[in-house]
Design a protein around this ligand. Structure first.
Ligand SMILES: [Zn+2]
Ligand SMILES: [Zn+2]
Length: 258
């Protein structure tokens, strides 16, 4: 390369900084790839059945295997198909109708969500959101009136500079044409959920959300969107609040499943 070329390409890199290496494996990116190489992308696998028919949790997770195979077929299905529920959903009711996720919160997908949320790599919303769109296309859910992103408290959103759930919701909205409802807010700054045990999580979340414009939601079918479903406490509290505000029913779609 001539010195002239080196200088101009160096200037271009300064003007338009690029990420020439894959965020995950550090190998050089193929032409046309942004942030993640082809091989790492292909390691993100969508969740496959058997899934809990209510919350979408994989019924092949290690804790189910560890709990013994009582009542399970060799493939991990509950022999009683009517059951087909994970332990959590057998123990309690959820406020949402059903929840589904694109992939398991592990490996490459977990790493990408960390870069997206905490590393400010908002360009990853495209790849992550498109995975959610493919998941949505494969399930027979009703037509939705609105997409509702799980809100962050304004303080947290300012710290981060964006709401990751909103960016994912925008991708799903662009692909499906379903409008985003913007009147759902978080009024209580909550502690990091991951640091709390289950009863405290629920207490922490109680009254955390509010609907600003209730009339708009009256009788509506909603698709709640978040980045990760872990215990379901957030999805439940959001659904409860939306239904109390007049929504007919809420379905939940997340990028990953904790
Ligand atoms: Zn890679
Ligand atoms: Zn479940």
């Amino acid at each position: 390369m001539s010195i002239f070329h080196e200088i101009t390409s160096g200037m271009l890199d300064l003007l338009f900084p690029r990420q020439p290496y894959c965020l995950v494996c550090n190998n050089k990116l193929e032409p046309g790839k942004v942030l993640v190489c082809h091989s790492c992308e292909s390691r993100v696998k969508p969740l496959s059945p058997p899934l809990c028919r209510k919350c979408g949790r994989s019924l092949l997770t290690p804790d189910i295997a560890a709990a013994g195979n009582e009542g399970l077929s060799a493939a991990g299905f509950y022999k009683d198909r009517a059951q087909h529920l994970c332990r959590d959903c057998r123990a309690r009711e959820h406020f949402f109708v059903q929840a589904r996720s694109f992939g398991q919160y592990e490996g490459v997908l977990r790493e990408l969500i960390h870069h997206f949320k905490y590393g400010g790599k908002r360009e990853l919303a495209g790849f992550l959101g498109e995975g959610m769109v493919r998941t949505l296309e494969q399930i027979s859910w009703p037509a939705f009136d609105y997409i509702v992103p799980v809100p962050l408290h304004i303080k947290r959103e300012r710290e981060r500079g964006f709401n990751q759930a909103y960016l994912l919701a925008a991708v799903v909205s662009r692909h499906t044409g379903i409008p985003i409802f913007k009147g759902f807010i978080r009024v209580k700054p909550t502690e990091h959920q991951t640091l709390l045990d289950k009863p405290l999580r629920e207490q922490n979340l109680s009254g955390a959300f509010e609907v600003v414009d209730k009339a708009v939601l009256n009788g509506k079918t909603l698709l709640l969107i978040d980045d990760v479903y872990t215990t379901g406490s957030t999805a439940d509290e959001c659904s409860r609040t939306l239904i109390n505000a007049g929504a007919d029913c809420v379905f939940v779609l997340t990028c990953a499943r904790g």
